[in-house]
Design a protein around this ligand. Structure first.
Ligand code: CP
Ligand code: NVA
Length: 303
């Protein structure tokens, strides 16, 4: 594993190996065991979009591993004024041991990896959010013991989260069902992959929330309008009416179903305040696990 650009690039074994290391790092942190696995290493963190969890967990993660993280905002970098990615990637590779990027186009992250010479980590694009899904899988395994055979249901926009969850769930042996309005389906190529022979009977794409949620072990949702889509807020609010995780929907899932949300959450839109609070422990464990899962990724790529 040279980079983390999207989950589809990782084998099942690589995903499980990251999850196992994340569990170990969480255990060490909880028990006050501190090991400088990345002593003296530097990570550049380029943000072209806002972030709370990703920024803080990567920065703290590098510190805890004995390394150093630099926050690089698009507003300050020359890339924000049009310096080409291929030049920025080659320059930064001379200073840094790793680069983390949050941006719009997936191609930009792929180009960083192509032109640079250090590991590149995708910290969210419009296409996918692999770091989040590694933390999600880690959390599900903590609560349920194992992943294989579980059913994950996603309600809402076929966005970056849906794309990555679909890959993460299917690769680790879970079933995946997604309910979204017809014009807001997940990536077409990924859908075709999920509908392939390998995952026969384990993937459902529907516009019916009831169908998707039936007997689910995990219910997942995300905002109706992602970062960069603020201008479509009203159109989307209409399109997503009914695509909400609420008590009624939860009654269709398994009685012990978990609820996960990558956050930030919009109560009263994709999830009700009641359901959110009833599952707050799971959701904030999930947020915490960003730290452990990303430390594992950093170790795998930079150690
Ligand atoms: N879930 C997530 O990536 O959160 P941030 O946007 O706060 O980083
Ligand atoms: N789909 C959301 C996820 C935020 C973590 C967005 O891209 O804004």
């Amino acid at each position: 594993m040279k980079h983390l650009l999207k989950l589809g690039d990782l084998s099942r074994e690589e995903i499980y190996s990251i999850l196992n290391l994340a569990d170990q790092l969480k255990y060490e942190r909880k028990n006050g065991i501190r090991k400088d696995y990345l002593k003296g290493k530097t990570l550049g963190m380029i943000f072209q979009k806002s972030s709370t969890r990703t920024r803080v967990s990567f920065e703290v993660g590098m510190y805890e591993l004995g390394g150093y993280a630099l926050f690089l905002s698009n507003r300050d970098l020359q890339i924000g004024r049009g310096e080409p990615v291929e030049d920025t990637a080659r320059v930064l590779s001379r200073y840094l041991d790793g680069i983390m990027i949050r941006t719009f186009e997936q191609k930009e992250v792929e180009d960083f990896a192509k032109y640079g010479s250090v590991p590149v980590i995708n910290a969210l694009t419009d296409y996918c959010h692999p770091c989040q899904v590694l933390a999600d899988l880690m959390t599900i395994r903590e609560y349920k013991g194992s992943l294989k055979g579980l059913k994950m249901c996603f309600i809402g926009d076929g966005n970056n989260m849906a794309n990555s969850l679909m890959v993460g769930a299917l690769k680790t042996g879970m079933s995946f069902s997604i309910a979204c309005p017809e014009n807001y389906r997940p990536d077409a190529a990924l859908t075709a992959w999920a509908q392939g022979e390998e995952f026969k009977g384990r993937f459902t794409l529907t516009s019916s929330c009831e169908e998707a949620a039936k007997d689910a072990d995990v219910i997942y949702t995300d905002v109706w309008a992602s970062m960069g889509e603020e201008g479509e807020k009203e159109i989307r609010a209409k399109a997503f009416q009914g695509y909400q995780v609420n008590e009624k929907l939860m009654s269709l899932a398994k009685p012990d179903a978990m609820v996960l949300h990558c956050l930030p959450a919009h109560r009263g839109e994709e999830i009700t305040a009641d359901v959110f609070e009833a599952h707050a422990e799971e959701i904030f464990d999930e947020a915490e696990n960003r730290l452990h899962a990303q430390k594992a990724v950093l170790c795998k790529l930079m150690k």
